[in-house]
Design a protein around this ligand. Structure first.
Ligand SMILES: [Zn+2]
Length: 379
């Protein structure tokens, strides 16, 4: 849209349109915005927007799809605001259908008119990574390099001297999440990196109230209790006193139906726990108003210990995901091209297997599996 059109649009409409900056562009039927003001988003419905997070070489904008489920009129002040984001790492795809399914359900829930809250969804945070079949964001500056977007939040705008990727993070942080004003609780959905299989697990920094509850509502196979990674979505929220977890949903590049179902069910428990659902659909509170959590299969860990191969060759792990292992136990074998055993891998700690590499081609120094353990407990 031309500037003159934007100006005339702004002058003709009420103040309610003044802050959610519509550029005037409409793509696939959905408006492009430059920032999200929740008070401008219609209540009792799910709205779809695009926002431009960066412009790539060749003048190719990266449009991020933004879903906003707004509840009742009063819910913006009476209800909680939840952020669901997925696939900031471009090869981590299981979170995408989780966000999509939740919003499909919200379409029905919200039309009842008594949804007490707001949910902001970004199903694909890194289309550039999706396009490159890659975890990271590729930029063409210099001879081209990759940036891990989940280490640079809250980012920095171009005007403040940031790079294209800093600006990308800053656009999400400030223009979608409103520099905290649009988010009370956040869940960032990930998977393992390409090449490994694993369960449903959460990273959680218990130092901030509600984070433990948030992680436990996920009923994951493993909760990794730790102070987080600086610059990650989770840790940046937590550092700003917004409860957040990173939820890891199995393997990369492979939609795992069971784990996707479990992650989706978690979001409904969470919305119920946040009292967004005035008539709960999940029924997990059994009418008591308190969401029941089953942690009987959840292992709590404070540390991961990696088993790495010291020889290049072909690796055959001998333990599976979520298997309990004891220190010194054999966990895998590395063969050379003759078929001779060149290395026997053993568990460095007693704990539970978190992730196992499925790619047999191994190079010296590469990780074969991770074992989760609790360093604060003996035995
Ligand atoms: Zn990730």
């Amino acid at each position: 849209m031309k500037l003159s059109q934007v100006l005339s649009l702004l002058s003709l409409t009420s103040i309610s349109l003044a802050q959610t900056n519509f550029t005037g562009d409409v793509i696939s039927g959905y408006p492009v915005i430059t920032s999200l003001d929740l008070s401008d988003v219609p209540s009792n419905t799910v709205s779809r927007y695009w926002i431009v997070a960066a412009v790539q070489q060749g003048s190719i904008p990266i449009y991020l799809p933004i879903l906003v489920a707004r509840g009742s009129n009063s819910s913006l002040t009476s209800g909680r605001k939840l952020s669901l984001s997925a696939s900031i790492h471009g090869d981590e795809l299981n979170g995408i259908p989780v966000v999509q399914r939740v919003f499909r359900q919200l379409n029905t829930t919200i039309s009842s008119g008594d949804f007490n809250g707001t949910v902001i969804g970004i199903p694909t945070m890194n289309p550039n990574g999706n396009q490159h079949n890659q975890r990271n964001y590729w930029t063409s500056t210099g001879n081209g390099f990759y940036t891990n977007l989940n280490r640079i939040f809250p980012g920095q705008s171009i005007a403040d001297g940031g790079s294209i990727t800093d600006n990308y993070a800053s656009t999400i942080w400030n223009s979608v999440w409103g520099n905290l004003s649009n988010v009370d609780v956040a869940v960032d959905l990930h998977t393992l990196s390409t090449g490994s299989i694993g369960p449903l697990w959460a990273y959680a920094d218990y130092r901030l109230p509600y984070v433990q509850r948030l992680a436990e509502l996920a009923q994951p196979d493993i909760i990794k209790i730790d102070p987080g990674e600086p610059g990650s979505v989770e840790t940046t929220f937590v550092d700003n006193d917004v409860p957040a977890i990173t939820l890891e949903i199995g393997p990369a590049k492979n939609w795992n139906a069971t784990l996707i179902d479990r992650a989706e069910a978690f979001v409904y428990r969470l919305m119920e726990d946040l009292q967004m659902m005035t008539s709960p659909s999940s029924g997990s509170s059994n009418g008591t108003g308190v969401v029941q959590i089953d942690l009987s299969n959840t292992y709590r860990a404070t540390n991961f210990s990696s088993v790495t191969a010291t020889r290049t060759g072909w690796v055959q792990p001998s333990v599976g995901v979520l298997e309990d292992v004891t220190e010194g136990q054999e966990v895998g074998t590395v063969y050379n091209s003759w078929g001779d055993v060149v290395e026997t891998l053993t568990a460095p700690v007693t704990g539970r297997v978190l992730q196992v590499r499925y790619d047999p081609a191994i190079e010296m120094g590469a990780q074969v599996l991770d074992i989760a353990y609790n360093a604060t407990e003996s035995g």
